[in-house]
Each structure stands twice: as structure tokens, then as C-alpha cells.
Design a protein. Structure first.
Length: 289
């Protein structure tokens, strides 16, 4: 059976961009006659204000987007992530790293502004007696995968990413490990999320393979853009959803997915439209009427 999920980070309330992702994942589940789950990705606790998880759940409820199972909180699942890390360490696919971010940057040398900080593998063969700060996954070669919207995708993990972090120096679990463990345990068959997360997919597939876990199908939706052309996000001050008119918010979000809703039952109207569209016609928020 199809099982999809919406997995918001409770660093702030839902905004127009996150509603598009939530609606797309809900519609895909309903169009396939499947189940839709909500996971609160609060693994980075210091960035999550107390109570923001409940704010998001209330927002989803006001929009009629109710999960088919009780929500799951990543902050309560550390034992699962530790077990996965232990397996990777035991198999030689993860190792302890003593490097600081400054040391990594110095080892890499000059790079483009905002360029990827590709780990050079300094601690692959040991830390030379230095204490372990973080745990990294040992990457190998290229990962090829197929996105339901973007088509054939490929990334050379060794040259474009490097050995990436599974547990941070502050003890917090990295997103990549947590999401792979959670998707597998929840039986997620399809991941529908924003295009900004497409670059993470090869890392997650590599982890799935290393842990012997199934790989879901992926569909990455275009980003909702602000007036200045940048991604609409909590980090750049995206306004919280005004839910005084929830039907209007749903119609606006649906428009970004190429759907045109006119009735007083927008969710029911949207499902057959989504089902009929092999690849929905997407638009940017700034181009909406």
C-alpha cells in the first residue's frame, strides 16, 4: 500500500511554501488510495521553539489535512538512530571524525561562495589519537536515481558531497540518518517534498543501501518563490499562513501545483485533478493570479 508523509521542522509555523509541500504529499497519497502521515522533524532541538509542533499540527487541522496515524516526533527516536549508527560503524561504513569545521575549510582551500564544504576524508583511517567529535558515513562513487518530476538524476557523492555527518559534534542526530531510519520504520513508499531537498536524495539512497532498507519513490515539487526570486522559507522571514480563510489558502497552494479549484470542497476537487496529471503543471507563487 502507498504510504506518504509530510515532515515539517517545527522551527516556525507553516508558510505558503510549506503548505504547497504538505498539500502535494497529501494529494499524492489520496490519489493513490494510500495513507498520509505527519512526522515532526525536531531532531535539531535548539532551533525548535517550544510548542511550535502543536502550532503546525493545528494549522494542518484547520486546513483539513489530517494524518491517518498519530504524528511521530524525531526527538523521541534517538535509540533508533543510535542502533543504525552502530550497524554502520560495525560494518565499516561509518567512522569517528575529530575535525572541526575550520580545519575542514582550511584543508579544502579556496572555494566558491556558498560552495559545498566537501569533506576531504581526513579521518577515514583514524583520528591520530584525537577525540571523536562527530560520526561520518563513508561514501563511495555515484548514485543514480529517478525522480517522478525531475526525471533521471545523478550525483557523485565522493566529489560533490564527501563523507557526510550522521551524528554532529554536539551530539544531535543529522537529518540524513534520521529521515532514512524513520521512512523505513514507517513503511514510506513515496516521498513528495520540495525541490530544495532533491540534493539530499542521493545521500539518503546511499544510507538506505548501506542499511539494507528499501528506497521510496521520490517526487520533488518546484519551490515557491518570494517576490525577490529567492526560496520562500522560514529563514528568510516567510510570513506564517493566515488561516482566517483556509479555503483561499488551499486554492492558492493548489494553483502552484497546476490545479484549479472552484468549489467549496477544494480537497475533494483537487484529488482527481492530481490523479489525472502524470506530471502536474507547476507555477511559481509570484506568477499566480
Amino acid at each position: 500500500m502507498y504510504r506518504g508523509r509530510f515532515a515539517p521542522s517545527p522551527t516556525g509555523p507553516l508558510h505558503a511554501g510549506s503548505l504547497v509541500a504538505a498539500l502535494a504529499s497529501w494529494l499524492d497519497a489520496r490519489a493513490h488510495g494510500g495513507q498520509w502521515l505527519v512526522r515532526i522533524e525536531d531532531v535539531d532541538g535548539p532551533r525548535c521553539p517550544p510548542g511550535m509542533d502543536e502550532v503546525i499540527l493545528d494549522q494542518l487541522g484547520a486546513l483539513g489535512l489530517a494524518p491517518d496515524e498519530p504524528p511521530v516526533w524525531q526527538s523521541r527516536r534517538g535509540d533508533r538512530y543510535q542502533a543504525a549508527l552502530d550497524r554502520l560503524v560495525a560494518s565499516g561504513q561509518a567512522y569517528g571524525c575529530a575535525c572541526t569545521r575550520a580545519e575542514i575549510a582550511a584543508a579544502i582551500g579556496p572555494r566558491a561562495k556558498h560552495g559545498e564544504l566537501v569533506y576531504p576524508g581526513t579521518c577515514r583511517h583514524g583520528t591520530n589519537g584525537r577525540p571523536v567529535r562527530a560520526w561520518r558515513f563513508r561514501v563511495e562513487g555515484r548514485v543514480d536515481w529517478q525522480d517522478r518530476r525531475l526525471g533521471a538524476q545523478s550525483q557523485d557523492l565522493e566529489t560533490e558531497v564527501g563523507d557526510f555527518v550522521l551524528q554532529r559534534a554536539d551530539g544531535l542526530w543529522a537529518y540524513q540518518l534520521a529521515v532514512v531510519v524513520d521512512d523505513a520504520e514507517q513503511g514510506i513508499t513515496d516521498v513528495v517534498r520540495g525541490e530544495d531537498l532533491a540534493d539530499n536524495t542521493p545521500r539518503q539512497i546511499a544510507l538506505q543501501r548501506a542499511l539494507g532498507l528499501p528506497t521510496p519513490r521520490y517526487l520533488h515539487t518546484p519551490l515557491v518563490l518570494a517576490a525577490d526570486g529567492h526560496k520562500l522559507s522560514k529563514q528568510n522571514g516567510a510570513a506564517a499562513l493566515d488561516l482566517g480563510a483556509p479555503l483561499a489558502r488551499l486554492r492558492e497552494a493548489a494553483a502552484q501545483l497546476g490545479l484549479h479549484l472552484h468549489t467549496a470542497e477544494p480537497l475533494a476537487e483537487a484529488v482527481p485533478q492530481w490523479r489525472a496529471a502524470t506530471i502536474p503543471a507547476f507555477t511559481n507563487l509570484k506568477d499566480s493570479p
